[in-house]
Design a protein around this ligand. Sequence first.
Ligand SMILES: Cc1cc2nc3c(=O)[nH]c(=O)nc-3n(C[C@H](O)[C@H](O)[C@H](O)COP(=O)(O)OP(=O)(O)OC[C@H]3O[C@@H](n4cnc5c(N)ncnc54)[C@H](O)[C@@H]3O)c2cc1C
Length: 409
Amino acid sequence: MSTEHCVIVGGSHAAASIAAALRQEGWEGKISIVGEEPHMPYHRPPLSKAYFCGEKNEHELLIRPESFYEKNDIDLVLGSRVVGIDREAKKLTLHDGGEIPYTKLALTTGAKVRKIPFTGHELPGVHYLRDLGDVDEIKKYVTEGASAVIVGGGYIGLETAASLRKLGMKVTVLEAMSRVLQRVTAPELSAFYTRIHTEEGVDIRTDVTLEEITGDGKVNGVRLADGTVIDCKLVVIGVGVIPETELAEQAGLVVNNGIVVNEFAQTNDPDIVAAGDCTFHHNPIYNMDIRLESVQNATDQGRIAAKTLCGNPTAYSALPWFWSDQYDLKLQIAGLSQGYDQVVVRGDTTSGRSFAAFYFKEGRLLAVDAVNSPKEFMMCKKALAAGQTADPNKVADLSIELKDLFTAP
Ligand SMILES: Cc1cc2nc3c(=O)[nH]c(=O)nc-3n(C[C@H](O)[C@H](O)[C@H](O)COP(=O)(O)OP(=O)(O)OC[C@H]3O[C@@H](n4cnc5c(N)ncnc54)[C@H](O)[C@@H]3O)c2cc1C
């Protein structure tokens, strides 16, 4: 009988991945998942999409059914925040004073929303969106025909705008930069999403600064720096996330824009691994140190962490990929476009609703954003993972078949 006990802190994508992979890898000891949220691990992406629109219920969000945890003898300690790690004694302290001993520890504490203390941000009707509870609260303020303001034109902001339009609200998106999705996509994509949202009735305002959220007992509007007032009964703020590293820092683990882990998902304590949004790690494909906010990374790095814990270390080397659903548009992103110096569009971003944008650096393919183009996404993902590139002068030529675009490294 094994005396090992792996405790996984955090109860989301990375946690579920580690727990499942531990059993697959033959871990015979005890496994516990300690999560602050009261829910079993659930898919977070539908929160701003299908769950928000009422197309999926809470049960349909579950990553694994309850029976999976029972069958695999995985203990779920939900609604419990870990407040301290004693690495010498190898035990965790919970918010209620309880203690849990461990022999191996996995940190999957994810990310938390970046909060900006705008005047009026504490008014009822002003929300951030990160977990299920947030969406349930936001939905209390959703009324057909009423107005909502979204602060932040990133993926979460735009997905929420699309969902609120589906639910019949009037929506204004406020973006401080000169275009939406500026941090993550090329100008062509920003222009495309601005066009679509405008066609769908969203009022997108860029280069604007939110001065104040107004209200009397509950939110009734926002005031911009130029004096413009927009009436609304709901404000959703989506201005990014920061890694949840408090616990790791307190425990003396190395933290730098995330918990620093090596290619085996190990922290500087050999008995502690970490995976998901909370980690800062090296990506060998791009030869870059990165922190990712994606289900792909949480799941894949989680598997790597489990292998390490089971004494079968395997280096993490996955091509990052991501998606975003807005209206009938499925954006699928293969690779990382950071540092690109050229964008070539295959298809047309100015009319229609499908195309693929290829990002290059010094003529070498870095990443592809594919909108309603699953074939392009799949082929580019495969090519990028295999280290292939494409000729930027040929990509826009639709007479050349997609499969003929890629060339060996
Ligand atoms: C609305 C929304 C839409 C998204 N859409 C997409 C998408 O379309 N595609 C995509 O790839 N990604 C998307 N993402 C990002 C994706 O959900 C995250 O990358 C993923 O959830 C990361 O998983 P994780 O397990 O690393 O961390 P998280 O999901 O952040 O989970 C961390 C968990 O740890 C818990 N926790 C933290 N500290 C403690 C502690 N001390 N004690 C106990 N528990 C603790 C937290 O409460 C949380 O439940 C979206 C995210 C949001 C919020």
